[in-house]
Design a protein around this ligand. Structure first.
Ligand code: F6R
Length: 241
């Protein structure tokens, strides 16, 4: 595992963007596994800046996102489709038909999961998977206790997650109860993992994930078993390592 400690969030974003940019430059047909959440926003911003300068070309790149809420239309401002459009896809020359985000709107989400696994296989697998980490060690929507053996699957959101998300919606009733997420098995099949983390509030989580026992209680701890992980974090987030 390679660890890069940076001064702050901005430097973390730049370092992580360097790694993704190198992947795209060396292999223009790369398959990028992408994540939402606040942490990778700076990374996407940096990639957009380099694209605008003419230093990066995404025309042959394919992307697969980690997760999506069940029941939200792509144009809902809390959907991950919308997030990706707003923070990345809408600003670079990536072909819309090459961007994949799980479909949260199909009547049978389990079918959507099977289809998504097949999409990843048909693309030849993921070259580099960008990950954030939740305070409880979750990756994607894989919460503590989730099996390490699953590919893309439907998860029921915990009451805590529903409560936490309620602020983004008009009412608690509107918060989705389920999500589709790549499973730990799908994530572990990526050829390279790039985890980005920022802020002292994640320091204990990072310590548990990378120096503690490998256990489903800390989903990110499974990354200790992956042979090609890059952890890029600011010094506050990595202070306990
Ligand atoms: C996002 C995702 C989540 C986030 C995690 C950290 O697609 O799957 O696991 O990576 O919740 O979120 P932030 O970066 O907002 O702290």
């Amino acid at each position: 595992m390679k660890i890069y400690v940076t001064e702050n969030y901005q430097a973390m974003s730049r370092k992580a963007a360097n790694i993704v940019a190198a992947q795209v430059i060396l292999t223009p047909t790369s398959v990028l596994g992408l994540s939402t959440g606040s942490t990778p926003v700076g990374l996407y911003k940096q990639l957009i800046t380099w694209y605008e300068k003419g230093d990066l070309d995404f025309s042959q790149v394919c992307t697969v996102n980690l997760d999506e809420y069940v029941g939200l239309a792509p144009d809902h401002d809390q959907s991950y489709h919308y997030f990706m459009q707003k923070h990345f896809f809408g600003h670079v020359n990536i072909a819309p038909e090459n961007t994949y985000v799980p479909d949260g709107l199909v009547s049978d989400p389990n079918t959507a999961c099977r289809r998504y696994n097949q999409i990843i296989r048909d693309l030849g697998g993921i070259d580099i998977q960008v990950l954030g980490i939740g305070h409880n060690g979750h990756i994607g929507f894989n919460e503590p206790g989730e099996s390490f053996e699953l590919e893309t699957h439907v998860v029921n959101l915990s009451e805590r997650t529903i409560d936490a998300n309620a602020r983004f919606f008009a009412s608690r009733d509107e918060v989705p109860r389920q999500a589709v997420t790549m499973g730990i098995k799908s994530i572990m099949q990526a050829r390279q993992i790039l985890m980005v983390v920022s802020g002292g509030d994640k320091a204990d989580t990072v310590k548990a994930a990378f120096t503690g026992p490998v256990t489903p209680q800390v989903p990110a701890s499974i990354l200790q078993m992956h042979s090609n992980v890059i952890l890029v974090g600011d010094k506050a987030a990595l202070s306990q390592l």
